[in-house]
Design a protein around this ligand. Structure first.
Ligand code: NAD
Length: 539
């Protein structure tokens, strides 16, 4: 059914189709975009507060993880002292923006989605250079960004029509979802377009204003999004663009007494710091801060003895090594029934050992990890893994143009309590664990502090039903990979230490950026029953 308001009628939501890079024209368009963007690398971008463009003495240089000598963008470095003017800019824009008709806010999101569609190849190329996504991964990020904009546009319209489930006789009963205020949006580097834009879009379409602090590993793609917002006509101050590195600016914005909400996606460690800081009320603070925190995972795929083994191997490889394991949803543990364990492992070793690795600009399947810090962290986990389990394949750095490459790595005979089976590594490292029964497999799957995604491969309806009931994750997949959530179909968010289960891309998400106001109006000619009810209740 098409949504319609007196002034706005939208066709139903559809996911943005993926690009087909096997098509010669599509491939050529991507290659041309890479050439164009290569010519624009190294530009300097401003910090923007209330429409005013600022430069700081300290800078953030974003580099290409495949060729660290190549600077992708130079950015201003917001420090703690910028938190006050950033918040004031967002607060100043709030009264007018919160009263802007929802249809206008929706139209703005749709204009931005249209601009992104027009410039899809260029935006994919920026993602390839800035975070090392191959073409399909970059396209998935850009497509998801479009989906968030289109989906939240429709959701905002839907919410504007919601009313109370009951109309009392003698009253007009209304329920309105009103914005919260000025808040912080703090995204991670790994879906630096979709998640960054999705959280920002959800906040502004519901009438809030935002201090946007992109990841220091991916500020350039965020700067391009910000300029699309400006091009689409976003009023000054509704989004304030403030790149910052380290905890300085981010912590100061979170702690500010006038920050009404914090939408964060990132690691457990930082998410917990934000949770604690936001819970501590500050002098002059007049509300409880809302925190929307989506954090890490230690996602498992269970492989039942009775399954399509080939499909299971393919699903595990794609989930574990797509974008080099740098997805919160990435499979980092595979729990295999002992009856098929050895056959599965043989097949897995062959597939992983032959994954092509190289520069994502040339569209290799496996690329670099994001940064020197990530490179060192992953190599440290690999060393640890050698003492906790048996290395099956990979395990070494790969030298190529100084890029942060690590060979796709698999450990077998991993005990469930090993640190490589419990802690998020966030790189191309997979732990294979053995199970004797389904009970044991599910117990292992549920044995970490996280609960983000999970999958099971089985031909047995009973086994799948047990997984539906007992596999404790926010996003469960049956007979398919555990990555690649689609907006609208797979509302996304995790349990336990994976976060607040916000379900991005789902029908509950925008509620998190609003508060509900109930309005009851006595009407001119109340019915007899309503009067009687009022007397009875003593109201
Ligand atoms: P991170 O926690 O290091 O950084 C996330 C953001 O927080 C960045 O913008 C960073 O600059 C900022 N930040 C750092 N310290 C801060 C502080 N003290 N106060 C305020 N902000 C601060 O995470 P990352 O490395 O960018 O991203 C990877 C992590 O994100 C992984 O753990 C991954 O699982 C998780 N992630 C989760 C989801 C999800 O939906 N659950 C999606 C993507 C990524």
């Amino acid at each position: 059914m098409a949504l319609s308001t007196p002034s706005l009628s939208l066709p139903p939501f559809r996911n943005e189709p993926f690009l087909d890079f096997t098509d010669a024209a599509v491939k050529r368009a991507m290659q041309e975009a890479l050439v164009t963007v290569r010519g624009e690398l190294g530009r300097e971008y401003d910090l923007v507060l209330g429409g005013k463009r600022l430069r700081t003495s300290a800078k953030i240089a974003s580099v290409n993880p495949a060729r660290p000598a190549q600077v992708v963008g130079v950015h201003q470095h917001a420090e703690a002292e910028h938190a006050e003017p950033a918040l004031q800019a967002a607060l100043a824009a709030f009264p007018a923006w919160s009263r802007t008709p929802v249809e206008d806010r929706v139209q703005l999101l749709l204009r931005v989605a249209g601009l992104i569609r027009e410039r899809k190849f260029t935006l994919c190329a920026w993602l390839t250079f800035e975070v090392g996504k191959n073409w399909a991964e970059a396209d998935a990020d850009v497509g998801e960004c479009i989906d968030f904009l289109e989906f939240y546009a429709r959701e905002a319209l839907r919410l504007s029509h919601v009313t109370t489930p009951i109309q009392l006789p003698g009253e007009r009963n209304l329920l309105r979802y009103v914005p919260l205020g000025a808040g912080a949006v703090i995204p991670p580097w790994n879906f630096p377009f979709a998640i960054m834009a999705g959280m920002t879009a959800a906040a502004i379409v519901t009438g809030n204003t935002v201090v946007l602090k992109p990841s220091p590993d991916a500020p350039t793609i965020a700067a391009h999004f910000f300029s699309l917002l400006e091009e689409a006509g976003l009023p000054d101050g509704v989004v304030n663009f403030c790149p910052g590195a380290g905890p300085g600016f981010g912590s100061a914005v979170v702690a500010h007494p006038q920050t009404r909400f914090i939408a964060f996606t990132g690691s457990k460690k930082v998410g917990l710091e934000i949770y604690e800081s936001a819970a501590k009320t500050q002098p002059g603070q007049h509300f409880l801060k809302r925190t929307i925190l989506e954090m890490g995972g230690k996602d498992a795929i269970v492989v039942d003895a009775n399954c399509d083994l080939q499909a299971a191997v393919e699903g595990v490889v794609a989930s574990a090594f797509g974008f080099n394991g740098q997805k919160c949803s990435a499979c980092s543990r595979v729990i295999v029934d002992e009856a098929i364990h050895d056959a599965f492992v043989d097949e897995l070793a062959e597939r992983v050992g032959s994954l092509p690795q190289g520069d994502p600009a040339e569209n290799f399947y496996a690329g670099p990890v994001i940064s020197p810090a990530a490179y060192q962290r992953v190599l440290d986990y690999i060393e640890l893994g050698k003492s906790e389990a048996r290395l099956l394949t990979g395990g070494d750095p790969v030298h190529n143009e100084g890029g942060f490459y690590i060979a796709p790595t698999v450990f077998v005979d991993v005990p469930p309590s090993a640190r490589i089976a419990q802690e998020e590594i966030f790189g191309p490292v997979l732990a294979v664990l053995r199970s004797r029964t389904l009970d044991e497999a599910l117990a292992i799957a549920n044995s970490t502090e996280y609960g983000l995604t999970g999958a099971i491969y089985s031909k047995s309806p009973e086994v799948l039903e047990r997984a539906r009931n007992e596999f404790h994750v926010g996003n469960l997949y049956l007979n398919r990979k555990c990555t690649g959530a689609m907006v609208g179909a797979h509302p996304f968010g995790g349990f336990n230490m994976s976060g607040t289960d916000s379900k991005a891309g789902g029908p509950d998400y925008l509620l998190l950026f609003t508060q509900a106001k109930s309005i009851a109006e006595k009407v001119a000619h109340p019915s007899k029953e309503a009067d009687e009810e009022e007397v009875r209740m003593g109201l």
